[in-house]
Ligand binder design. Structure first.
Ligand SMILES: Cc1cc2nc3c(=O)[nH]c(=O)nc-3n(C[C@H](O)[C@H](O)[C@H](O)COP(=O)(O)OP(=O)(O)OC[C@H]3O[C@@H](n4cnc5c(N)ncnc54)[C@H](O)[C@@H]3O)c2cc1C
Length: 518
């Protein structure tokens, strides 16, 4: 089961899972962009790589820790671990322009073996990259190092303990989300963490990147769910999370949440769990404009009732989604989902508020459609790439008062940097009392050098985000790609604090060099 869920080569999922573009969208693409399909992608078994540059003594020490069968040095295995799943990553895999491959892929069995691998890396000054599901979209798996090692957490895949009284569970870091939910369901619980990368991403990856899922309005962000962590560092083990709340100094848990493998390797995570939902109800609402929809989402986020899922598409995203479903309601679509023991009351109360805010009820169909296709987007991105269109996303968040300015600034920056014609779609998918996230999708034709062109557009959008008061990432993390803007966001002293922490925990500087910490 675990193997089936490993990220695959040059696309999301396996070729058998490929989804065709809806006819109306394919037609629109041809008409607007006049795209031409590129040649076939490079096959994984055609990837060649120089023999791994790993000192014999280091290799022998690694084999002594995990066993020879858990040290992979084949080109294919190394290529699969050399990058994540951003569109540039997929594009490079398709064209065979690969980044530096890891010298080896090492899969420890438990926390003690992780500590021992880190000790070998520190002794041999070998950079080491923790690898969960491999779904990073910010260059989080591509260190600035020559001859690095990938530490694949796939064997740490157990549910260690469930405390039904406290409603907590200890999950090992390498568990993919669907498997974690299967194991929790045997005890009547769920995590409620459902990012779009759900099928592949892991528990450790969620904690390391401070992920946020599609049901965050009801279940919270992943960092809200974490009550404790065990972290292996080159200096030893740190365990956090003794009690549900504490005033005993700064919260060390928060230091490791979002640390992206730069401070240590998270080996298990204690999470708050919720009873499996007995009832679910999803529905759609139409708002005349994005501004009207944002006002309604803010009202629910601030004054309640708070649904489990709340997603508002802007006019362009609504139009494209409607074209895919063969209907056209115009305006902006708000998807509202309720999950829980009994949802009838919450559905009625929410409907009353949305009507008051000028919403028009579209019934269950758009909500059910969204739920049925909630994981389709990455498959459709593959279909776009197959057709010769380049699609990529970026995301941010801001306080409600800054949100309209941020929306305009990012769109302006993208349109100024992208060729004509290009499409920019946006939705709000995570709401808080004080603000919300914005998630942009860009579609253009390949043209010449699509990756370089995207990087220029992304840099312009990042500048606009910082200038307009947004965060450089609401849930994708920092990696290498956001690092320079992250430094602007936290300032020089903030960067110095992170560097000091890293020096203390990782004196040989082997953990994820160049990722997160500028
Ligand atoms: C199609 C698509 C959709 C996505 N949708 C969402 C979404 O809805 N919400 C969201 O939050 N994110 C989303 N992401 C981003 C990504 O899935 C998240 O960042 C996720 O949390 C990464 O988990 P992973 O297990 O794949 O980690 P990886 O990609 O393997 O690693 C991510 C980073 O964390 C480090 N790391 C991994 N495991 C550990 C560990 N145990 N200890 C220490 N460091 C570790 C890695 O070195 C790397 O720097 C999406 C990505 C894709 C490709």
């Amino acid at each position: 089961m675990r193997e089936e869920r490993r990220a695959t080569w040059a696309r999301w999922g396996t070729p058998e899972q490929a989804k065709p573009l809806p006819e109306a969208v394919a037609g629109l693409l041809k008409q607007v962009f006049d795209v031409t399909p590129p040649g076939p992608a490079t096959a994984l078994d055609a990837v060649s790589a120089p023999a791994p540059a790993l000192a014999e003594a280091a290799l022998a020490a690694l084999v002594a820790v995990v066993g020879a069968e858990h040290v992979g040095t084949e080109a294919a295995e190394r290529a699969l671990h050399a990058s994540g799943k951003s569109t540039p990553d997929l594009f490079h895999q398709r064209t065979g322009e690969l980044p530096e491959l890891p010298a080896a892929v090492v899969a420890p069995a438990d926390h003690e073996q992780v500590l021992a691998v880190l000790a070998v890396c520190a002794e041999h000054r070998l950079a080491v990259v923790p690898f969960g599901g491999g779904t990073s979209v910010v260059g989080g798996l591509a260190p600035e190092a020559v001859g690095y090692l990938t530490l694949d957490l796939r064997r740490l895949d157990r549910l260690v303990a469930v405390d039904p009284v406290s409603r907590t569970a200890v999950l090992q870091a390498g568990l993919p989300a669907p498997r974690a939910d299967e194991l929790l369901a045997e005890h009547g619980f769920t995590l409620g963490h459902v990012p779009q990368s759900y099928e592949y991403a892991t528990i450790g990856g969620f904690a390391a990147t401070r992920s946020s899922g599609q049901a965050s309005a009801g279940y919270g962000r992943f960092d809200d769910m974490v009550v404790g962590l065990t972290v292996a560092t080159p200096r030893g083990t740190i365990s956090t999370g003794r009690a549900p709340a504490s005033s005993a100094g700064p919260d060390l848990r928060r230091l490791f949440l979002g640390s992206e493998g730069a401070f240590g390797v998270i080996t298990d995570v204690t999470v708050r769990v919720r009873p499996l939902a007995a009832e679910r109800h999803y529905e759609g609402w139409r708002f005349e404009s994005f501004a009207d929809g944002v006002a309604a989402a803010r009202r629910l986020a601030q004054d309640g009732p708070r649904p489990t899922v709340l997603r508002l598409s802007d006019e362009v995203e609504t139009m494209l989604g409607a074209a895919g479903r063969g209907r056209g309601d115009g305006g902006c679509l708000l998807v509202v989902g309720h999950e829980g023991a009994s949802v009838e009351h919450a559905v009625a109360q929410t409907a009353a508020v949305l009507r008051e805010c000028g919403g028009q009820e579209l019934g269950e169909e758009p909500g059910e459609q969204w739920a049925a296709h909630r994981f389709d987007a990455p498959y459709l991105r593959d279909a776009l790439l197959d057709a010769g269109a380049f699609a990529e996303t970026l995301e941010t968040a801001a306080f409600w008062s800054a949100l309209p300015g941020l929306y305009d600034a990012v769109r302006e920056a993208l349109f100024a940097a992208l060729p004509v014609p290009s499409m920019v779609l946006c939705h709000v998918s995570h709401v808080y009392e004080t603000g919300a996230s914005l998630y942009f999708t860009v579609v253009t034709a390949y043209g010449d050098e699509p990756v370089a062109r995207w990087q220029r557009a992304k840099a312009a959008a990042n500048d606009a985000i910082i200038a307009a008061g947004g965060t450089i990432s609401h849930h994708h993390g920092v990696g290498t790609e956001h690092r320079d803007w992250f430094a602007k966001e936290i300032g020089r002293l903030g960067v110095d604090v992170l560097r000091a922490v890293k020096r203390e925990l990782d004196p040989a500087r082997v953990l994820n060099p160049g990722i997160l910490v500028p």
